[in-house]
Write a protein that binds this ligand. Structure first.
Ligand code: PLP
Length: 589
């Protein structure tokens, strides 16, 4: 086969021939200074688009504008969280697009326009993100606020936002001249786009007249990624809400096609019913999702991170020197295995100093660059168990005293309505104060966001993750750490089941029957292996850092991820179930 033929056959070139992929996500982390995301889902969406731009894909994205952002977190002395809005100035950063479309929400006409942000790829290709906006004169004052708050308001507000995204988004794309070949729903918030696609196909005919052929035509265009391993995490609305906000015809359609579950409109079921390809976000999450939705075929494509976005400047420089094409071709990060350990150490120390500086500026605590530093930062949801680390405070204090000292950096926001999550933050802050000593420093950093996430994953020595199994669908912060040469100590959940090689890329906290057992496993690893290696066997520590980059950085990136979407979901040669069950025994080692 000639080089030219190979190119013609590759999914990348098919991308330009076979039509546009429209990627829908309620949140997208576009830039650090745009508060249009809340956490992992939005960061993943942004990283996906950055890699799609690098690969010059024929792809456009749709989201909401979120004029008031998610929220900024404030923590008082006692560890109580309060929140404030994050207003920003979209018109200063984005181009306003000409077309407007209308949809009926709750019997009222709502006009929608789009502001555009262009994502520039490493080779110069751009991907437009259309951010839907209802802040318009012609809208009722209440409707003008519908694109203000990400995950704000009550259930009614949420459903109206999902109507704007799912029903308004496809209409805006048409008005802009796109005819998407593929719709990708990043989580169920965008599921109503299937209804919009059906309405478009019926061209004015009533939804009541839709046939199995019409449903199949919609299915043939739709791809769905589910991110939630617990039923309660899936978006649900009452029949009354659905009828009132979406109208009786749409509600009946959704009910007739299996979108109601336990008497509630369930966006996950809507998306499952109308997608030809469905996936979870790590191998284990695929398995958990298949158990949750046994009547559907659900594959798995493991998440990643955008390599150049999350790598520290010093590491980037080192990669440029050793693997000059790593940005275009992330696989070449595999050759980090040849880099001198001392050089990796020096690059890491620069990032560690930057982190220590930032901590001092934010909180006044002066940390020591020669002391082993652990990072724990993520949404303060209870299943993440931020306090597992403190399960046996005496042992923790002793461990720090006897093994060379320990610094721990925490960060994370609780959703404003999540009281148990807020209680966890308070508990960690109280314990941090109680246990503070010359050899144990614990700092809780306010307002976890993109910048803090980057500083922490680049600058700490170990990334700690203690979720309750199997609640972590994937997790991506440990991937950011890995590409910066930072190993993980984690519960075997989500991506870590795939990324973990004991003592090579990090360590696994053993599965034990209760929290006490798991905390004990965590302490044992620190006492017996991790702290002695860090303080006394520098060569071995540097080899671990290097393996984290070479083995995990080269794979857990969104470039590999999106290539898998191309091959299996967007433009498959044929539709196959890519979850090979034979893989699974290997996952449990
Ligand atoms: C990477 C990132 C996340 C996702 O991390 P998890 O490992 O999934 O918890 C969340 N928030 C921010 C700000 C991030 O940078």
């Amino acid at each position: 086969m000639t080089a030219l033929h190979r190119q013609m056959d590759s999914p990348l070139s098919r991308s330009s021939e076979e039509g546009t992929i429209a990627y829908f996500s309620m949140e997208i982390a576009i830039r650090p200074d745009m508060p249009t995301y809340s956490g992992g889902l939005g960061v993943l969406a942004g990283d996906t688009l950055r890699s799609a731009a690098d690969l010059a894909l024929n792809l456009v994205a749709v989201t909401l504008l979120h004029r008031k952002g998610y929220y900024s977190q404030h923590l008082d002395e006692e560890g109580n969280q309060t929140e404030s809005a994050q207003p920003w100035h979209p018109e200063a950063k984005l181009a306003v697009e000409e077309p407007k479309v209308t949809i009926a929400i709750e019997g009222r006409i709502v006009t929608i326009r789009a502001l555009r942000f262009d994502v520039h790829g490493v080779t110069g290709h751009t991907i437009p993100i259309y951010m839907l906006d209802t802040y318009l004169e012609e809208n009722h004052p209440e409707d003008r606020a519908l694109t203000d708050h990400l995950y704000g308001g009550d259930g009614d507000y949420r459903l109206r936002q999902e109507a704007i995204l799912g029903l308004g988004g496809p209409r805006i794309l048409n008005a802009l001249g796109y005819a998407p070949a593929v719709f990708h729903m990043n989580e169920g918030h965008a599921a109503l786009l299937t209804v919009a696609a059906l309405e478009q196909r019926l061209a004015g005919r009533s939804l009541d007249t839709a046939t199995e052929d019409d449903f199949k035509a919609v299915r043939d265009r739709c791809v769905f990624t589910t991110h939630t391993p617990v039923p309660a995490g899936h978006d649900r609305f009452s029949r009354e809400q659905a009828e009132r906000i979406l109208g009786i015809e749409r509600t009946n359609l959704v009910e007739r096609t299996g979108g109601f579950h336990d008497g509630l409109l369930n966006m996950t079921y809507v998306a499952l019913r109308f997608s030809r390809f469905v996936n979870g976000v790590a191998m284990q999450h695929g398995k958990v999702s298949r158990a949750m939705f046994p009547e559907y075929q659900i594959s798995a494509i493991t998440n990643g991170i955008h390599a150049a976005t999350w790598t520290s400047d010093e590491m980037k420089e080192m990669f440029d020197q050793h693997m000059p094409r790593w940005r275009q071709d992330n696989v070449t990060l595999r050759y980090a295995i040849d880099i001198d350990g001392e050089q990796i150490h020096q690059a890491h120390m620069a990032a560690k100093r930057r982190l220590i500086q930032a901590v001092e500026e934010r909180g006044g605590t002066r940390l020591d660059e020669n002391v082993f530093t652990i990072g724990f930062a993520r949404r303060a949801a209870t299943y993440k168990r931020a306090d597992l680390f403190f399960h046996d405070p005496e042992r923790l204090v002793r461990l720090a005293r006897e093994h060379g000292g320990l610094q721990v950096l925490y960060s994370g926001k609780a959703h404003p309505a999540d009281q148990p999550g807020k209680a966890k933050i308070k508990r960690v802050i109280e314990l941090a104060r109680e246990l503070e000593s010359d050899t144990l420093k614990i700092v809780y950093l306010e307002n976890y966001n993109w910048e803090l996430g980057a500083l922490l994953t680049q600058g700490v020595d170990l990334w700690l993750n203690t979720p309750k199994r199997p609640y972590e669908a994937s997790g991506t912060s440990g991937m950011k750490a890995a590409i910066n040469g930072v190993p993980s100590l984690s519960i075997l959940d989500g991506w870590w089941i795939e990324g973990w090689i004991e003592g090579v890329t990090g360590w696994a906290i053993e599965d034990r029957e209760d929290e006490a057992g798991e905390a004990a496993s965590l302490y044992e690893h620190l006492e017996q292996v991790i702290l002695p290696t860090y303080y006394k066997d520098h060569d071995r520590w540097h080899r671990i850092m290097r393996s984290a980059i070479a083995l995990n950085g080269s794979f857990f990136n969104t470039q590999r991820m999106i290539e898998q979407y191309l091959l299996n979901a967007y433009y498959p040669e044929q539709l196959v179930d890519i979850t090979d069950e034979s893989l699974e025994p290997a996952l449990s080692h």
